[in-house]
Design a protein around this ligand. Structure first.
Ligand SMILES: Cc1cc2nc3c(=O)[nH]c(=O)nc-3n(C[C@H](O)[C@H](O)[C@H](O)COP(=O)(O)OP(=O)(O)OC[C@H]3O[C@@H](n4cnc5c(N)ncnc54)[C@H](O)[C@@H]3O)c2cc1C
Length: 559
């Protein structure tokens, strides 16, 4: 049987592994850390469970990315619960804009931008609706083989045909090549600032550089609904890791991969070696890491494109984080759980801060009466590394100064925060490198400036990359979709399913002992339902009870 080794138990690697294991392949995941999730992991510290990086979970709606992943991976339900509002954005002029999933309430709040902003929001929402429809067909972007190119054309034609009027638009074609700022020419300063801050977290760049199509879709995350995961974001990785094992695959923790060996004659990977000295023979290797890490693991045998990479990423970001344990009394019951605070421009570097508080109902996150808070800001990597290497005292001073500024920004959303804290734990890009092993602590993938700069997942014959360095980029939902795309391509190459449609992949069950998927139209209250069987209108939100978590098809995360 074909042996597949997946390096890294981030969300992208685990989604790929769970689907391939479900198809009956011999799948082994090797993870350096002691728990899954990587940048979307949740760690214990002094009685708190902190989300390490990602805090906002999107895609858990019927027919949405996480519903499709669940169906393909054989996951019955996610321990996720709808969360509305998605977030509150605090502008420097004191205005507060709440982003609701519920379209009617978001309508109310977008009054903050005036009637002249309506044409922008109409463009954004129509574009996002069209693009999400395309993205959920898992287009093989960029195509790397003639069969992927043919498939891309078929997917594109079926997408066009599904709504000719909306999809055959010259504006969509133009937007593939221009930045989102083309739609903000007459916008107020407040709208431009708001959009830039939201794009920074969703597309890793601002409107002047973000591709218009990508930006419109990324801005849609709150409208599509966000969710809380019981126990923290790490529950996504844990659910996927459990699925890998239930599907017959293996997940080994504390197994840091040191080297991927390739056959000199044929160029295929043949084995993966770990720091402990274990050797895992492999026919196919899928690496859930950025290109710089993969180049290190392959050394001299790296494909050309990897060998000529710069020593460190030239653009993109690191993260500065502060984890705070606090008295729950400082968080009033009506305060939303996610906040973006904009203090000033330029964006990033503690001038903008994202704050996420653990829900009061989630007893796994903190002891009674306490809450776990994750604060983060985008930061340039180079300054941290230069200081660390040249002047350790200055590095520590910078860390202390950033901690103060991040906490001061967070106080705008959560007054009294510092007085209520009994634990303040800062993390720099060096911390991220240490815990995720991503070179330099580079996180969030490539800024989405251009649809054509994106890396394809196939690095060489039987050697694949998955995660936030491939299309569609960063976020737990995006890397999970990237994982499905890789799984589909691997299955097609093995001749296990034609590379023709997502449905073929969802139906790829080689092993005889797998439970058949439920039929569409099953009782919505039962946990097992297919994505197609889940029907929910936008804006319709099932009332969440503490025990009512999403079914695989998403009991719905909001709008
Ligand atoms: C501060 C911050 C905030 C974010 N906020 C959000 C958010 O709110 N919502 C959202 O959706 N996304 C958010 N993101 C982005 C999201 O977390 C990532 O895009 C996504 O989790 C990346 O997944 P990945 O599959 O690329 O793998 P990664 O998360 O990079 O995981 C890679 C895994 O590989 C393991 N590994 C590394 N080297 C080796 C080795 N040699 N051998 C074995 N294992 C190895 C690592 O330990 C890790 O588990 C945020 C990211 C950060 C950093």
């Amino acid at each position: 049987m074909t042996r597949i080794v997946v390096v890294g138990a981030g969300i992208g690697g685990l989604a790929t592994a769970a689907v391939l294991a479900r198809a009956g392949l011999d799948v082994t995941v090797l993870e350096a850390h002691v728990y899954p999730g990587g940048c979307a992991g949740t760690f214990y510290h002094r009685g708190y469970r902190f989300d390490a990086g990602a805090t906002l979970a999107g895609g858990f709606y019927p027919g949405g990315p996480m519903a499709i992943v669940a169906q393909a991976a054989g996951i019955d339900s996610w321990p996720a619960r709808p969360s509305d509002p998605a977030m509150t954005v605090h502008l420097p002029d004191g205005a507060v804009v709440t982003r609701y999933a519920d379209e009617i309430r978001w309508e109310e709040r977008r009054a903050a931008f005036g009637a002249e902003a309506e044409s922008f929001w109409r463009w954004q929402e129509h574009t996002a609706d069209a693009l999400w429809d395309l993205a959920l067909r898992l287009p093989a972007w960029p195509p790397q083989t003639p069969s992927e190119a043919a498939q891309l054309i078929r997917d594109g034609l079926s997408w066009l045909g599904s709504n000719l009027k909306a999809h055959l638009s010259p504006q969509l074609a133009l937007d593939a090549f221009r930045p989102l700022s083309a739609h903000l020419r007459n916008a107020s300063e407040r709208l431009r600032l708001f959009v830039d801050a939201q794009l920074l977290i969703a597309a890793q760049t601002t409107s002047r550089y973000a591709n218009a199509l990508y930006g419109a879709s990324a801005l849609d995350l709150p409208r599509r609904g966000v969710a809380h995961l019981k126990g923290g974001m790490g529950a996504i990785g844990q659910t996927l890791a459990d699925a890998v094992q239930q599907n017959g695959g293996k997940v080994h923790y504390r197994q840091q991969v040191n080297r991927i060996a390739r056959s000199v004659q044929r160029g295929h990977p043949v084995a993966v070696e770990t720091k402990r000295g274990d050797v895992f023979p492999a026919d196919i290797v899928i690496v859930n890491l950025p290109p710089w890490n993969i180049a290190q693991l392959l050394g001299e045998s790296a494909p050309r494109r990897l060998r000529y990479l710069s020593a460190r990423p030239q653009d993109g970001w690191g993260a500065f984080t502060v984890y705070v344990g606090l008295d729950g009394a400082a968080v009033s019951a009506d305060v939303p759980l996610h906040h973006q605070v904009i203090v000033r421009e330029p964006m990033a570097e503690a001038n903008t801060v994202f704050a996420s508080i653990s829900p009061a109902w989630d007893k796994e996150r903190a002891s009674k009466g306490r809450r776990a808070l994750t604060l983060s800001t985008h930061t340039d990597l180079r300054a941290w590394w230069d200081l660390f290497e040249s002047d350790r005292g200055a590095y520590e001073a910078r860390k202390a100064a950033y901690t103060d500024r991040v906490l001061a920004a967070a106080e705008i959303a959560l007054p009294g925060l510092r007085a209520a804290a009994d634990l303040i734990l800062p993390g720099t890009p060096l911390t991220f490198q240490r815990f995720t092993r991503r070179v330099g602590g580079w996180v969030g993938g490539f800024p989405q400036t251009n649809l054509f700069r994106t890396w394809g997942p196939r690095l060489a014959s039987k050697l694949w990359m998955v995660g936030d360095s491939i299309f569609p980029g960063q976020s737990t939902a995006a890397v999970a979709m990237g994982g499905l795309r890789v799984a589909r391509s691997v299955l097609a190459e093995l001749g296990l399913t034609p590379n023709s449609s997502i449905q073929n992949m969802l139906e790829a069950r080689v092993r005889a002992d797998l439970t058949p998927s439920p039929s569409p139209g099953d009782d919505p209250s039962t946990p097992l339902r297919s994505a197609q069987g889940a029907v929910a209108r936008r804006g319709e939100c099932n009332s969440p009870s503490p025990e009512a978590f999403f079914s695989a098809s998403g009991e719905r995360a909001g709008g």
